[in-house]
Design a protein around this ligand. Structure first.
Ligand SMILES: Cc1cc2nc3c(=O)[nH]c(=O)nc-3n(C[C@H](O)[C@H](O)[C@H](O)COP(=O)(O)OP(=O)(O)OC[C@H]3O[C@@H](n4cnc5c(N)ncnc54)[C@H](O)[C@@H]3O)c2cc1C
Length: 429
């Protein structure tokens, strides 16, 4: 029977330029599988694909459509490592933990490239990502980060002075930069769709328009949807910022936040003058801007954070002033798309992985930098379900702290903290 989707993708440039995808069925029966995954973003798809490759029977239930959440509408920037630097990890959690996490900090980016190559995923992959410093303090920090990442074996980095930065980003805003040649960018929704197709080619099943409404905890847990259920040996919860209250333990220690992206009209030759090497760029501010070109030469520009993830009424009016600070030469370009999406913030800015009971696993909360980590997370989740827990446990043992202020006050408290750091950026201290 033909089914109309009840939940469409956000009205993004990505949805408008996505490869055709099948409309997947909603779950309307009782299934029994090895692993049931809740959520078809990168975390769920990456875990599902690793598990299907290892011979597990896997079903994914998705509230909306594949890549409907952050994975299908993000900035598309392949950023290595974590939302906290390795030196912060070292000072907070000790040398052994830093060494364990450092040894995995560049693996997510490699997994993405392996998947693209192995399954022939067409998602506009481009190499090279730039961290751009606005102030001398930020450039000094990038110099430290350069040395730090090299200490962890990552050598594909170059520091750029002001003049060299100007050659890769046609903006007067930056005084220096760090170029990571193993960074890069992708069409995020097509990456998700390609992995979904790969997963299905190995026998994995995906059910769209099928929100999990209850997880029955038992020896073999059962994930219930409105019209069906999946009984499994293991459940993986991968709903991230869109999970709501399904698993109360996870909601208590994280906070959904919104960030906004716009896409200009195609800029033709002008695009090549803005970013001649086609690298993606993010600045070093606490509330950072990020931008890059699409395959059809639009500028995709994102920035700003809304704590608590209310959808803003006018995305364009929030983001265009930021864009014009970087590229005043774009004052007259048309904005074709503007959208918002939610990522999940944790107090420590480190991702949260762990187990509930002995058979429900989760990974969430990349705090804004999740494209690479979610792909690593999928591999670690697959490893732990196959009995290899060491690398998973390196993350699972990190403390998952609640936000100060509890559910009522966590949003204003966090916004106040962000205001303080934003002010420091503006003052250049
Ligand atoms: C606008 C934006 C820009 C970003 N830019 C970048 C960037 O440039 N680089 C970077 O590294 N990171 C970026 N991020 C972060 C990155 O996109 C995320 O960390 C990552 O995509 C999270 O993947 P995920 O699979 O964990 O979650 P999601 O992609 O959000 O997927 C979760 C899925 O679970 C489903 N779900 C939730 N609850 C249920 C339920 N009860 N039943 C069934 N399904 C459920 C949702 O519908 C959703 O599809 C950005 C995020 C946003 C929002």
């Amino acid at each position: 029977m033909k089914r109309e989707p009840s939940t469409a993708h956000a009205p993004s440039y990505y949805a408008a330029s996505a490869h055709p995808q099948p409309l997947r069925p909603a779950l309307d029966t009782a299934l029994d599988v090895d692993v049931c995954i809740i959520g078809a973003g990168y975390t769920g798809l990456s875990a599902g694909l690793h598990l299907a490759e290892a011979g597990f029977s896997v079903a994914i239930v998705e509230t909306a459509r594949v890549g409907w959440g952050a994975s299908g509408r993000n900035g598309g920037q392949i950023v290595n490592s974590y939302s906290r630097d390795l030196d912060v990890i070292e000072s907070r959690y000790g040398v052994d933990t830093a060494r364990a996490l450092g040894s995995m900090a560049f693996e997510g980016g490699r997994i993405i490239r392996e998947r693209i190559a192995r399954y022939g995923i067409d998602c506009d992959l481009k190499d090279g990502g730039v961290f751009a410093a606005i102030t001398p303090n930020q450039f000094a920090h990038l110099q430290k980060q350069h040395a730090l990442w090299q200490r962890y074996g990552h050598t594909r980095l170059q520091l750029l002075d002001r003049a060299q930065t100007r050659e890769v980003v046609a903006s007067e805003r930056y005084c220096g930069a760090l170029l990571d040649l193993s960074g890069g960018h992708i069409h995020p929704l097509n990456l998700a769709l390609g992995q979904a197709a790969a997963f299905e080619s190995l026998g994995g099943r995906i059910f769209e328009d099928s929100p999990a409404i209850r997880v029955e905890r038992s020896f073999r847990p059962v994930v219930h949807t409105a019209h069906g259920s999946v009984t499994a040996s293991f459940v993986i919860v991968a709903g991230n910022a869109y999970l709501g209250g399904l698993v109360p333990e996870l909601a208590a220690r994280s906070m959904p936040c919104g960030t906004q992206v716009i896409a200009t009209e195609p800029l033709g030759a002008l695009a090549d003058t803005l970013l001649p090497q086609d690298y993606c760029v993010e600045d070093c501010n606490y509330l950072l801007d990020y931008f890059r070109l699409s395959a059809d030469k639009r500028l995709l520009f994102g920035g700003g954070v809304i704590y608590g993830a209310r959808d803003p009424a006018h995305v364009e009016s929030l983001v265009v002033p930021k864009l014009l600070k970087v590229f005043p030469q774009l004052a007259n370009v048309r904005i074709d798309y503007a959208w918002t999406g939610n990522f999940l913030l944790t107090l420590s800015r480190m991702p949260q992985m762990g187990r509930i009971d002995h058979n429900i696993y989760y990974s969430q909360g990349c705090s804004g930098h999740g494209i690479t980590f979610t792909h690593l997370a999928g591999r670690l989740l697959a490893e732990v379900l196959q009995g290899q827990a060491t690398r998973f446990d390196a993350f699972a043992k990190l403390p998952h702290l609640p936000f100060p202020g509890g559910r009522l006050l966590r949003i204003p408290f966090t916004a106040l903290g962000a205001w303080y750091y934003d002010l420091r950026d503006r003052l250049g201290v």
